[in-house]
Design a protein around this ligand. Sequence first.
Ligand SMILES: Cc1cc2nc3c(=O)[nH]c(=O)nc-3n(C[C@H](O)[C@H](O)[C@H](O)COP(=O)(O)OP(=O)(O)OC[C@H]3O[C@@H](n4cnc5c(N)ncnc54)[C@H](O)[C@@H]3O)c2cc1C
Length: 557
Amino acid sequence: MYKHDLLIIGAGLAGLRAAVEGVRQGLNVAVITKVHPVRSHSNAAQGGINAALTDRGDDWKDHALATIKGSDYLADQDAVEVMCKEAGEALIELENMGVIFSRDDDGKLGTRAFGGQKKARTYFVGAITGSALLHVLYEQSIKYDLHIYEEWFVTKLIKDEGRISGAIAFDIKTGQMELISAKAVVLATGGAGRVFEPSTNALICTGDGLSLAMQAGAPLMDTEMIQYHPTTLSGSGILISEAARGDGAYLINSEGERFMENYAPDYMELASRDVVSRAEQTEIDEGRGVDGCVFLDLRHLGKQFIEERLGYLQEVALEFRGIDLSESPIPIKPGMHYIMGGIKTDLNGATNIPGLYAAGECANVSVHGANRLGANSLLDTIVFGRRSAVSSVEYIKSIQDLTPDERLLSREKSRIQSIIDRPKGMRSSELRLKMATSMTKGIGVWRNAESIENTSQIMKNIRGQLSNVYVENKGKIFNTDLVSFLELEFMIDVAESICQGASARLESRGAHFRTDITSRNDLEWLKHTIVELSDQGMNTKTSDVTITEWQPTERIY
Ligand SMILES: Cc1cc2nc3c(=O)[nH]c(=O)nc-3n(C[C@H](O)[C@H](O)[C@H](O)COP(=O)(O)OP(=O)(O)OC[C@H]3O[C@@H](n4cnc5c(N)ncnc54)[C@H](O)[C@@H]3O)c2cc1C
């Protein structure tokens, strides 16, 4: 058995920021990750990170209001206040650690505009912001000599006497399975994009942490809030960052019209993502698209500007579509990008289970509500990653050491072995594709009672078939076939919880737009949906939204 004070599951930005803080606070910290840390999905973030810097004449309250309006008033306003107040310090600290942010003409930190905000407060490193941040935090983790279980896969959390005291995981490289004991655990496992197909997310974004938490008894919140990003390449689902529109790109339909004028005349292309995605889908549905797409037009920005500020996007466009952005518009459509919902936590990342914390995309604090603003997620990972480690310190100091029961490890070993031993059956890839395409069809930009119910039934059927899946590779070394199956088990939990949330919420708010109930209903639904696991299956209830000073009003862009 391995032993640590604090075990962090996930080595993306939330996990590494939590880990660095844990060491600074004097804890024995370990990080566990199913891929090399810099291959975490945070690496793919392009556009930037939001912060209201006071020396720019910016005001955190302005950022908070934009975030709350963006969330369609579903975000908890105390959490948004914390995030926006701490943003400036968090950003400068990243710079001090070594992030080389892009500069403006005066040599100061440069900004670009992002959607849902009138003020340009998105700080960036070209179009590789996430990669730059992640590499710097990884350097810090080496400096602090953190223990990293690299390419280890967590299958279960250990719960003893009502509290979390570690996790069970296996080394993907050797198959060796271990119980890792810890006084507290932070889940920082990232998003669940692959529950949908296509998605902008990496193949590793399978919502493992949401399922691990739910299985341990922690509730998930607002899981129906799935963000469809307005600009993804058709087919592959690859993201074309909002940085393009932030830097001036237009959206046009098949007739060459900047159609956002009809939907969001004030903010145009930079309205909130849910608003822009619905506008695009309406254009496509009403026949003003081409092959299910509308177009992103950068031609007027000029070749030099595109290559300097958006070089990575130019590369993607050339490589995947053979299109030079300075010469032709590129076909795009809304695509699944982010899950606003997640493991319910307080302002310090604590869940309802002693010893269990969550931060980053897997968590729901809740700062994004029904729709996340672009560039607020990187901020969320940094602010709440740090806070979760700080709050775990007090808890760790207050508890008695517990030695987890080793029998839990043998039970989990037998469970995994019994999966490997299944002689024949279906392949997990078949079910994975069926699950993910059905989710996109039924829980898409539009949804209604019928589509949600159908999808829910499909997920139940797929769950029923999981015991028929077999793993072809019977070996121990790099058994990615086994990993895929275990991920599918996690994803089905997440998919069902999304259907539960979507079916419960009888209104349209933010990313959850029901064609059968098209308006927002603050009287009955200014509420979070909460999905919990019980012996009978998943239950849904609601809880109140925290309002501090911003009363809900009509949301016009
Ligand atoms: C293409 C793209 C572009 C984006 N651009 C931006 C942007 O410009 N600005 C912005 O604010 N946001 C952006 N986002 C969103 C943002 O990048 C993510 O929400 C954020 O980086 C998530 O960070 P994280 O630390 O929570 O998780 P991740 O970075 O996804 O890391 C998850 C970690 O958990 C580990 N893990 C998961 N399951 C297990 C398991 N079972 N066992 C062991 N380890 C496990 C993984 O190995 C990984 O290390 C973008 C997202 C995408 C997909």
